[in-house]
Design a protein around this ligand. Structure first.
Ligand SMILES: [Zn+2]
Length: 107
């Protein structure tokens, strides 16, 4: 990943921590088996969840952010934390997925 993308991700994680957003739900989308996360949003008062979906090794969010949003930052952090608790082989596989995501050109 480029240093700009890395700093965007870092900013996203910091915003997530600052706003105190959390992952309320984890699941699998029935239609295609994609992993999905429900992330709280500080900016709404109706307890709406933002939906982050992992598609082809990339994280997509339903919010209108044009840069790496705090929702994706939070989910990424969660994935990294999970990978660190798994055997090394799984962590490597995740790094490759993350690399694909960062070079996907959707930023
Ligand atoms: Zn988002």
């Amino acid at each position: 990943m480029t240093s700009q993308q890395a700093s965007e991700l870092q900013q996203a994680i910091l915003r997530a921590q600052r706003d105190g957003i959390t992952i309320l739900a984890r699941g699998t989308r029935k239609s295609d088996g994609a992993r999905v996360w429900g992330v709280t949003s500080k900016s709404t008062h109706d307890h709406r969840l933002h939906q982050v979906v992992e598609v082809g090794g990339r994280l997509l969010c339903d919010c209108p952010s044009r840069v790496i949003c705090k929702h994706r930052g939070l989910v990424h952090q969660d994935l990294v934390a999970q990978a660190s608790r798994q055997p090394a082989a799984a962590a490597v596989a995740h790094d490759e997925q993350w690399s694909n995501w960062m070079h996907g050109g959707e930023w």
